[in-house]
Design a protein around this ligand. Structure first.
Ligand code: PHE
Length: 476
């Protein structure tokens, strides 16, 4: 069981591999396989991918290292980690808890789709390839069905998180992540052999920077944060379970590389096939649910069916290992700061998440309240991915760079001088000066251009929420 009271030793990861797999499990999820391809498709392809990679290397890596260092140094989860150093900074942790709640307000909806597709494929979806596209649209706009799958998905999360961190997640990750990786390679190879597929590779890898505006840049930044699970304390929480002798830099490099590798691989699995099928790259959130079944239907026979099943089983598990880390951020806040018992904390946060998910799911069928013409699903996505995570990451860097001491950080990252990290100075200056500045510029420019639609207003609302959290943080 996870226990955060300082008197008792903190539960630690069973093994080094266990930690990497769990952190990579948090990172690799729907963000890589569902969100990355469709966002790249909607944002012009190659240029988006290039900017995303730039952000992963120069911002993502450094922020992840910062989160692991803060987590391990304090041995506390998101809110406690900041609070124990300086109460005024606890709003950064609170923002993280809020992001966790809001992301869990739509993530289980998509996780539910993924489980539903296991069932749909098992019951003959692939035998009518012409119907695959319409079937997705009909399914997600149905008011009832997706809700049942969402409930099942959330229930699985509850089961895992109620048991505490190191058991379930560690085991599931170790087996199923490599499996998913292998299936993605098979899907890619299959896609690349279809006639006309090379256009897809060109779309993904030859950047046309003339399509880039500040919206695309902010989308790439948001994607980097979302995909690497950064900016909300998930990696602080996971880092707090990390043993003192582990090499933080190496762990960060491995997790970043795995996460980015899977995203790029998902792109290679999706776009060549899509171009071969003559589909629109800007197909939206349905992309993976349409392209992948279509590809396996094309493959035909038992092999096609089996691989399609394994793909959606793998995707569901990848989604689960991510969403449990989201739930864990909220749950450890309720346990550590509000003194709740683990089961109570899990159940009460899940009730809130389930209610948000109902709004999100219904909004895709055009049902329920909207704000500036935007439905709940898009609002939660916009607020978290474009504002909370990036701005949260900015504050995490400011906290590390300006509130913590340079030599404390150096000691933590180098394990008191035992591990060499020649780039420490570069990392420190990035975290202290460059990253906060860059995030501020990208976010402001993105918000300004968002005013063409209702999105700007919603993003400003996000900033107001952050401001309120900062004002009231001492009470939380
Ligand atoms: N990184 C996860 C994914 O790609 C989502 C996530 C975001 C998880 C933030 C935890 C924190 O699916």
């Amino acid at each position: 069981m996870v226990n955060n009271t300082n008197a008792k030793p903190r539960d630690a990861w069973g093994s080094r591999l266990g930690f990497i797999m769990a952190a990579a499990g948090s990172a690799v999820g729907l963000g890589n396989i569902w969100k990355f391809p469709y966002t790249a498709g909607e944002s012009g392809g190659g240029a988006f991918v290039a900017i995303y990679l730039f952000f992963v290397i120069f911002i993502g890596f450094s922020v992840m290292l910062t989160e692991f260092a803060i987590g391990r140094k304090t041995g506390l989860s998101a809110v406690g980690a900041f609070k124990s150093t300086d109460r005024r900074w606890s709003f950064v942790g609170i923002m993280g808890v809020l992001s966790g709640l809001l992301i869990m307000g739509f993530y289980p909806v998509v996780g539910g789709w993924s489980i539903a597709y296991i069932y749909k494929i098992a019951s003959g979806l692939l035998s009518t390839p012409e119907a695959i596209g319409d079937s997705f649209g009909g399914f997600i706009s149905n008011p009832v069905q997706p809700l049942m799958w969402m409930a099942l998905y959330l229930f699985l999360n509850i089961l895992i998180v109620i048991r505490g961190i190191s058991g379930g997640i560690e085991k599931a990750g170790k087996i199923l992540m490599p499996l998913l990786f292998v299936i993605l390679i098979i899907v890619s190879v299959k896609g690349l052999t279809l006639p006309g597929s090379s256009e897809g590779l060109k779309f993904l890898f030859s950047p046309d920077f003339s399509v880039v505006d500040s919206n695309v840049v902010l989308a790439a930044l948001g994607q980097a944060f979302f995909s690497l699970s950064l900016g909300m304390g998930a990696m602080i929480t996971y880092g707090s379970y990390l043993k003192k002798k582990e090499n933080l830099v190496q762990n960060t490099a491995m997790v970043t590389a795995m996460d980015t590798g899977v995203a790029i691989l998902a792109g290679i699995a999706m776009f060549p096939a899509m171009f071969a099928f003559g589909m629109e790259p800007a197909a939206g959130p349905g992309l993976v649910f349409v392209v992948v079944p279509q590809l396996f239907a094309e493959m035909g026979g038992m092999i096609g069916l089996l691989l399609a099943l394994l793909f959606f089983i793998g995707l569901s598990v990848a989604a689960l290992t991510s969403s449990v880390s989201l739930l864990e951020v909220v749950v450890s806040y309720l346990i550590d700061e509000k003194g709740m018992k683990r089961p109570t904390a899990v159940i009460s946060s899940s009730v809130v998440m389930a209610s948000l998910c109902v709004l999100a799911s219904l909004s895709l069928g055009g049902v329920g309240p909207t704000l500036f013409d935007t439905g709940a699903f898009d609002i939660f996505d916009l607020l978290t991915d474009k504002i909370f995570l990036a701005v949260g990451g900015m504050f995490i860097c400011i906290f590390a760079g300006w509130r913590l001491k340079r030599d404390e950080l150096e000691k933590e990252i180098t394990n008191d001088g035992e591990v060499s990290f020649p780039l420490f100075g570069l990392w420190y200056n990035l975290v202290k000066f460059v990253i906060p500045g860059l995030i501020a510029i990208v976010a402001i420019a993105g918000i300004m251009s968002g005013f063409d639609s209702g999105k700007g207003a919603i993003m400003v609302m996000g900033l107001v929420i952050i401001g309120l959290a900062a004002l009231f943080s001492k009470k939380l």
